[in-house]
Design a protein around this ligand. Structure first.
Ligand code: UGA
Length: 443
């Protein structure tokens, strides 16, 4: 098929590239000229394992193109995907200005029957708004062209995006038009070679809702477990054991019950807020969802609080080694990363920070911690330790899993680890003579 993907952020770029890999002809559109120029040369703006190689391969095969001009591509197109950003508005709702701008452009320039797909995470009712915006433009042009708006939310995870897209757990297609559903089914069939059961079709509004509910459910599991971790610590239980104990129940499962420094990223925080807002707009107070958010905000500072309890309120003259800045491993994304909040708290109290992250240091230095004084970026994890009073682990990158603890002890002023992701075994730490703090278990 001939596809156009509008917006080359995470979702747009991964979707476009994977559709091309499956043999479709794809044009990815973005208003950012520099980004498009780089993409034409195979340079991608994010760190995502395997993506750059796949982009380059498909450019060479001529299955993937990049352009800033939507008009030229609409004529030859079977399906147009809207994958632009939906930033969080001041009131917590998803801001649809970019989505509706694209809808307007489509209405202004489309010449043939078209399926328009909402791929961005958008609140319930957005497909209707997109449809109305396109219809308005067609009426202004005095033309009558058949089009249908379909909801096809994306469930990929950063860091494992290619795998998630090429071998999806499920694909949700929300459409109120049978022919469009069938066309979408044809597009996605090659991704399900053994069984088509996980290609789930439904009405548009249910599909829009499914995305928010999936993310809110996962965020709820995490916040629930973080709250349990805090209670475990108070009553003298070990959350790591409790996690294994409950996860063995297949109704609960082991995934997404790892306690830590709170969830971050561009999705969970934004989607939980937007779902709460949608409920409010319909006169419903979503207390459970509000609590998920509250617990997460508090959780981001639990490790900082442990540092303060150990070293005192005033941290002047203290230096801390930070291992990990990204909101999770295998990404350079720092949106809503706990590291931002923890580093801010420590710096405000006078501490100096020596930080290292395998991929996110540029993001930190140039955007998220840009004006923060007292933060030094180091070349390796061991470089952060020189003259530091403790190491604080905030992202569970593989290279932090089994470091040279003897080197750590030699370099640190005092052998202390604050582990915001429960990566190490507390008994082994004590045996090694390391003062070890983690989430959900009192020393
Ligand atoms: C999430 C969803 O997992 C995807 O299915 C969805 O498509 C995506 O949002 C989106 O809406 O675009 P992502 O934000 O990339 O994906 O990251 P996750 O791997 O889900 O992790 C989210 C956060 O939860 C991270 O901060 C992670 O550290 C935290 N987490 C995860 C925990 O604290 N504990 C866990 O047990 C699992």
């Amino acid at each position: 098929m001939n596809l156009t993907v509008i917006g080359t952020g995470y979702v747009g770029l991964v979707s476009g590239t994977c559709f091309a890999e499956m043999g479709n002809t794809v044009t990815c559109i973005d208003v950012d000229t520099k980004k498009i120029e780089n993409l034409k040369g195979g340079i991608i703006p994010i760190y995502e394992p395997g993506l750059e190689a796949m982009v380059r391969r498909n450019i060479e095969n001529k299955t993937l193109r990049f352009s800033t001009n939507l008009n030229n591509h609409l004529q030859k197109c079977d399906i147009a995907f809207i994958a632009v950003g939906t930033p969080m508005g001041d009131d917590g709702s998803a801001d649809l200005k970019y989505v509706l701008q694209v809808a307007k452009e489509i209405g202004l320039h489309m010449t043939n029957p078209l399926i328009i797909v909402d791929k961005s995470t958008v609140p319930v009712g957005t497909a209707d708004k997109v449809s109305a915006t396109i219809q308005k433009e067609l009426e202004k042009r005095n033309v009558d062209i058949e089009f249908h708006v379909v909801s096809n939310p994306e469930f990929l995870k950063e860091g494992d995006a290619i795998n998630d897209f090429m071998k999806p757990d499920r694909v949700v297609i929300g459409s109120d038009d049978q022919k469009s559903t069938e066309k979408m089914r044809t597009l996605y069939s090659p991704f399900f070679r053994s069984s088509q059961d996980r290609l789930i079709t439904m009405d548009v509004r249910s599909a829009e809702m499914t995305k928010y509910v999936a993310n809110a459910m996962l965020a709820t599991k995490i916040s629930f477990m973080n709250e349990i971790a805090n209670i475990c610590e108070l009553v003298g239980a070990d959350v790591n054991k409790v996690r294994i104990g409950i996860g063995s129940d297949s109704r609960i499962g082991y995934s997404f019950i790892y306690p830590g420094s709170g969830y971050g990223g561009s999705c969970f925080p934004k989607d939980v807020k937007a779902l709460k807002k949608t409920a409010e707009e319909h006169g419903y107070k979503a207390s459970l969802i509000s609590s998920v958010e509250e617990v997460n905000d508090r959780q981001k500072l639990v490790i900082a609080q442990k540092v303060i309890t150990r070293f005192g309120e005033d941290l002047k003259g203290k230096t801390f080694a930070i291992w990990g800045l990204a909101f999770k491993p295998e990404t350079d994304d720092m949106r809503e990363a706990p590291a931002i909040y923890i580093i801010k708290e420590l710096v405000q109290r006078g501490a100096k920070i020596q930080a290292y992250d395998p991929k996110a240091m540029k993001e930190a230095e140039h955007f998220y911690l840009k004006d923060m004084k007292g933060v030094t970026y180091c070349k390796s994890k061991y470089d952060t330790l020189k003259n530091a009073d403790a190491m604080i682990l905030l992202t569970e990158w593989k290279e932090f899993r089994s470091p040279d603890f003897e080197e750590l002890k030699v370099q640190l002023n005092t052998p202390i680890i604050f582990d915001g992701r429960n990566q190490y075994n507390d008994v082994l730490m004590t045996e090694r003579g390391i003062e070890y703090y983690q989430i959900g278990k009192k020393l």
